[in-house]
Design a protein around this ligand. Structure first.
Ligand SMILES: Nc1nc(=O)c2c([nH]1)NC[C@@H]1CN(c3ccc(C(=O)N[C@@H](CCC(=O)O)C(=O)O)cc3)C=[N+]21
Length: 343
C-alpha cells in the first residue's frame, strides 16, 4: 500500500522500493531479510559474565559480499559489463593506505574492476578535481571515492561536490546528503558506514520503529547520516555530542545506541539501558606491546561492561568496519545496475 503523500508520516516500509525508484530515482531502502537464525551465532555466557548477543559484522559483510558477487556475475553474463570503482588517495597516511588496499582487495573478490590514483600530499585541489572529472566521464567507472581525510589545504566540500552524484557511492555529495535529510525523499546513495549500521539492525531483526535511539557524535560521514536514517526508519532520535551536558543520562534512555566519536571506551556500562542494542562505530588504536602491530583497535564502547547490560552489541574489530566496505561494494553495484538499466 502506498501512503498518501500528505499523511505527514514518513514510513519507507510502506512504500515498495520499486515505486520509490520510479518516483524519486532513489536508492531502495536496505534489504530487510533477517539473517536465518541458524547463521546468527549467539554468544554463550563467558567467564566475564557477558550476556549480549554479538552482532557479527564480519559474518553479515560476507553474506552481503556473496550476494553482490552473485549479482555481478549475473549482470556480466547479461550485459557484458562489470561495475568499476575508482579510489583517489591524496597523501601518504598509513591508515588511509591500508583502507584503500583493503577496498581494492574487496573489489577484486566480488568482480568489481578497481581504478586507483595516488597523489602526493602537496597536490592541488585542481589536480584532484581533474582526476575526478576524468572518472566522471569514464563510462566504465560507476563509483568514485575520494579517501578522507584530505590534506588540510584542500576544501573537502569543493572536492566532494565535484563527484558526479550518480557515481557518489560514498554518499558524501552535498545533494545526496541533502536528500537524505528530506522527508519522503531518498538519496541516490546512502553513506556506507551508517548504511552498514542500519543493515546490521535490519538483518538481526532489531525493531526500530517507535523506539528511542541515541547517536553519539555528529560527523558528516557517520553521526549525522546515522541519525537521519534512524529517523527515517521511524525511531525517535537524539544526538549526543561534545557540548551535551548529560550524555550518560540521555544515552541511558535509548533502545538503540550508535556511537561514532572516536574516543576509546567512552560509553560505559552505566550509560546503557538494560536490553538496549549497541552499535559501536569507533575504531581507536590503543598501545599494546603484545600485539604484532604494537597497537590494537578498540571501539567507543567499553565492551567488557556494556556487553553485560546490552542485549546485542557489535564488536571492534569485526563489527561495523567490515560492513562499511560491504556497503561500498553494494553501492557500486547499484550504480552500475542503474547505468546499464539492469534490474
Ligand atoms: N571516502 C571515504 N570513505 C570511507 O568509507 C572512509 C574514508 N573515506 N576514510 C576512512 C574511513 C574509515 N573506514 C573504514 C573502513 C573499513 C574498516 C574496517 O574494515 N575495519 C576492520 C579492522 C581493520 C583493521 O584491523 O585494521 C574492522 O573493524 O573489523 C574500518 C574503517 C572507511 N572510511
Amino acid at each position: 500500500m502506498i501512503r498518501s503523500r500528505f499523511s505527514g508520516t514518513d514510513d519507507l516500509e510502506f512504500i515498495p522500493s520499486c515505486v520509490y525508484d520510479l518516483i524519486f530515482r532513489c536508492h531502495p531502502p536496505p534489504s530487510r531479510q533477517p539473517i536465518p537464525s541458524n547463521s546468527v551465532p549467539t554468544l554463550a555466557a563467558t567467564d566475564s559474565g557477558a550476556s549480549a548477543k554479538v552482532i557479527d559484522g564480519k559474518l553479515v559483510s560476507k553474506q552481503v559480499k556473496d550476494e553482490v558477487a552473485e549479482e555481478i556475475a549475473t549482470m556480466k553474463a547479461a550485459t557484458g559489463h562489470v561495475p568499476g570503482l575508482a579510489v583517489i588517495l591524496v597523501g601518504s597516511r598509513k591508515d588511509s593506505q591500508t583502507y584503500v588496499r583493503n577496498k581494492k582487495k574487496a573489489c577484486e573478490a566480488v568482480g568489481i574492476k578497481s581504478f586507483e590514483v595516488n597523489l602526493p600530499e602537496d597536490a592541488t585541489e585542481e589536480e584532484v578535481i581533474e582526476h575526478i572529472s576524468e572518472f566522471n566521464n569514464d563510462s566504465s567507472v560507476h563509483g568514485i571515492l575520494v579517501q578522507l581525510p584530505l590534506p588540510r589545504h584542500m576544501n573537502e566540500e569543493t572536492i566532494l561536490g565535484a563527484v558526479n552524484i550518480e557515481k557518489d557511492v560514498d554518499g558524501f555529495h552535498p545533494l545526496n546528503i541533502g536528500r537524505l535529510a528530506m522527508q519522503r525523499r531518498y538519496p541516490l546513495f546512502v553513506p556506507c558506514t551508517p548504511k552498514g549500521c542500519m543493515e546490521l539492525l535490519h538483518r538481526y531483526g532489531v525493531e526500530i520503529k517507535g523506539k528511542r535511539a541515541v547517536v553519539i557524535g555528529r560527523s558528516n560521514i557517520v553521526g549525522m547520516p546515522a541519525a537521519l536514517l534512524l529517523q527515517k526508519a521511524n525511531a525517535t532520535v537524539s544526538i549526543v555530542h561534545s557540548n551535551t551536558k548529560n550524555p550518560e543520562e540521555i544515552t541511558r534512555q535509548a533502545d538503540i545506541v550508535i556511537s561514532a566519536v572516536g574516543v576509546a571506551n567512552l560509553v560505559r556500562g552505566s550509560w546503557i539501558k538494560p536490553g538496549a542494542t549497541v552499535i559501536d562505530v569507533g575504531i581507536n588504536p590503543v598501545d599494546d606491546a603484545e600485539s604484532p602491530r604494537g597497537y590494537r583497535l578498540v571501539g567507543d564502547v567499553c565492551y567488557e561492561e556494556v556487553s553485560k547490560i546490552a542485549s546485542a552489541i557489535t564488536p571492534v574489530p569485526g563489527g561495523v568496519g567490515p560492513m562499511t566496505i560491504a556497503m561500498l561494494l553494494s553501492n557500486t553495484l547499484e550504480s552500475a545496475k542503474r547505468a546499464y538499466n539492469f534490474k
